[in-house]
Design a protein around this ligand. Structure first.
Ligand code: IPD
Ligand code: CA
Ligand code: CA
Length: 269
């Protein structure tokens, strides 16, 4: 019998091909909120993924972004983002993915993130290491924030309440730079394979981060909330990094949370 990971890799690959077909046709978007985009591709991908998961694992719970999930009787729970990076997708920017994470009794045990534009499949199972297209991946060996390339994001919902601009500015000045590429799961996947040293965000939903958590951990990185507490799937904030800069990142965050800015914000004349 195929493992959870093998099954989810197959499902993510097929769903990725499905969304990529829609991408090529430049389909229109609708608004779920003032700045929250959704397309027929998000819905079609979710229907496909949920149907396939239900066929393989009829007792599992499925939590899916577009509302197509189901309650199951077992201790297994899937988090599904059928299209992560919808704003990019809707604007024709080829940076998005399909991601599935599996939790068992409160612990992430498997995750996949599939980028159909680059044909890159990131996958990990608890205790088995992390992989990119079947090659083992590891987080980077960079030891200092000042030598790091970082990434973050800004959720589409509840924008004015988001505090991240403070963190963005301080860390942008302290590092090689910050990327805001528009796909939380790929941010995590790229930390796992060493293209980025760290990723953080406020207000991520469970499906945005579930697979990334286990893939980064299995690649040798560290994951916590931004105050150093245990990571919570769908928690208020999350930090995922290469492990080596974790303590330094937390020290920067602690200062910023306390209103202490190492780098003053320039005045506008
Ligand atoms: C969004 C993306 C984005 C992140 C937002 C997410 P969606 O997911 O991952 O990078 O900053 O917080 O909501 O809406 O495209 O699935
Ligand atoms: Ca998402
Ligand atoms: Ca989505």
């Amino acid at each position: 019998m195929a493992s959870f990971l093998e099954t989810s890799v197959d499902i993510a690959r097929e769903a990725g091909a499905l969304v990529a077909q829609h991408f090529a046709r430049h389909i229109p978007y609708e608004l779920k909120g003032e700045h929250d985009l959704v397309t027929a591709a998000d819905r079609a991908s979710e229907r496909f993924v949920v149907e396939r998961l239900r066929a393989h694992f009829p007792t599992h719970t499925i939590v899916a972004e577009e509302g197509g999930g189901v309650d199951g009787s077992s201790e297994y729970r899937w988090y599904v983002d059928p299209l992560d990076g919808t704003t990019n997708f809707a604007h024709g920017l080829p940076h998005y993915n399909v991601t599935l994470g599996l939790e068992r009794a409160g612990e992430m045990i498997a995750g996949v993130i599939y980028d159909p534009m680059r044909n890159e499949m990131f996958a990990a199972e608890r205790g088995g290491g992390a992989f990119l297209n079947s090659h083992r991946i590891h987080t980077s060996a960079v030891k200092r924030v000042s030598e790091s390339l970082l990434s973050t994001g800004f959720p589409n919902r509840n924008r004015p309440a988001n505090k991240n601009v403070h963190f963005y500015y301080q860390l942008a000045m302290a590092s090689h730079g910050i990327r805001r590429a528009g796909s939380a799961a790929l941010d995590a996947a790229w930390v796992a394979c060493g293209r980025l040293e760290a990723f953080w965000e406020f207000g991520l939903k469970p499906w945005d981060m579930a697979a990334g958590v286990i893939i980064v951990q299995e690649a040798g990185g560290r994951v916590s909330d931004m105050r150093g507490g245990p990571v919570k799937i769908g928690g208020v904030h999350v930090l995922m990094d290469n492990g080596s800069i974790h303590d330094e990142m937390l020290a920067w965050f602690a200062d910023i949370f306390a209103g202490k800015y190492k780098i003053p914000i320039p005045a506008i004349e």
